[in-house]
Each structure stands twice: as C-alpha cells, then as structure tokens.
Design a protein around this ligand. Structure first.
Ligand code: ATP
Length: 139
C-alpha cells in the first residue's frame, strides 16, 4: 500500500504524484505521521522538515515553510509557501537569514512588536529548518 503526494507552491507543482509509503511532517499539533489508509482530513502544516519514505525504503528530506494539508483516500496534497529538497538548499543564504533573524529578535519583543516578532520568528524557523535539512541532521 502506498500514498501519492502532491506538493503545490504558489508558482506551481513542486512534487507531482510521488509514490511514498510514509510521510512525516510538522502538523498543527506537533509532528504528524501519515501512512496509507489514513482517515480523511484537512489540517494546517507548520514550518519544519518533511520526510518522505519511498517504496524502496529510501528517505527524501524537504524543508517545508507552512501551509495546508489535505488527505483524501491515498492522495495527500500539501499547499505550501515553499518546499525545498535537501540538495536544493542554499546553505549560505539560510545562514544569512538565520543571522538576520537572530539579530532582529535581539531588538524586539512580542509585546513591543507583536507582528514583526511573529514574522521574524517564522523566518528564524525557516532558516533553522533549511540548515537542518541540508545537513541531514533530522531525527
Ligand atoms: P530569505 O530571507 O533568504 O529570502 P526566506 O525564508 O524569507 O529567506 P522564503 O520567503 O521562505 O525565504 O522563500 C522565498 C523563495 O526562496 C522560495 O521559493 C524558497 O524556496 C526560496 N528559498 C529561500 N531560502 C532558500 C534557501 N536557503 N535555499 C534555497 N531556496 C530558498
């Protein structure tokens, strides 16, 4: 038994009909594991790593930047702001984004700048996820 995964970004399909046996990704309430015959559901997706297990037992790692998820039968569709495969991640860019976010967070608090703090915290999470996925250091 397997699942078919589509990942849709704003500018088009990033992954189309990929056959996998398991999906692990950041769900609304922590890490979500999806196996074939999962119940139908719609959920939000957080910022974090996504691990796809292929039928030959291989593991593909992606950095996911939040969005929505729909499970319908054995079809899983993820709509996200961005999804990069480990090999496509520009580590230098992510390191710069990480430094920028950390520097910003030194100057603001959730009380004084709530929206900016939320946006910057998300940028920090995206950068941390990209660096973890690129290095393969995902548990
Ligand atoms: P930056 O500040 O470096 O732009 P960001 O987190 O604000 O980082 P996003 O808005 O999440 O960037 O992404 C914009 C586009 O750039 C998306 O298509 C995303 O896949 C791509 N992208 C962002 N950072 C990287 C990276 N380090 N490596 C590869 N692609 C990236």
């Amino acid at each position: 038994m397997s699942l078919k995964v589509d990942v849709v970004e704003y500018d088009g399909l990033r992954i189309s009909g990929l056959e996998v046996t398991e999906i692990a990704l950041p769900g609304a309430d922590g890490q979500l594991g999806i196996l074939p015959a999962h119940i139908q559901m719609i959920s939000t997706v957080g910022i974090g790593p996504m691990r796809l297990t292929t039928p030959d037992g291989g593991v593909l790692l992606f950095s996911l930047a939040g969005g929505f998820l729909e499970i319908l039968g054995d079809n899983v569709r993820i709509l996200t702001e961005s999804c990069e495969a480990a090999a496509d991640i520009d580590v230098e860019r992510a390191e710069k984004a990480l430094k920028r976010a950390l520097a910003k967070l030194e100057t603001i608090t959730p009380i004084t700048h709530p929206e900016e703090h939320r946006v910057t915290t998300n940028a920090l999470k995206r950068a941390q996820t990209r660096l973890a996925v690129a290095s393969g250091k995902i548990v």
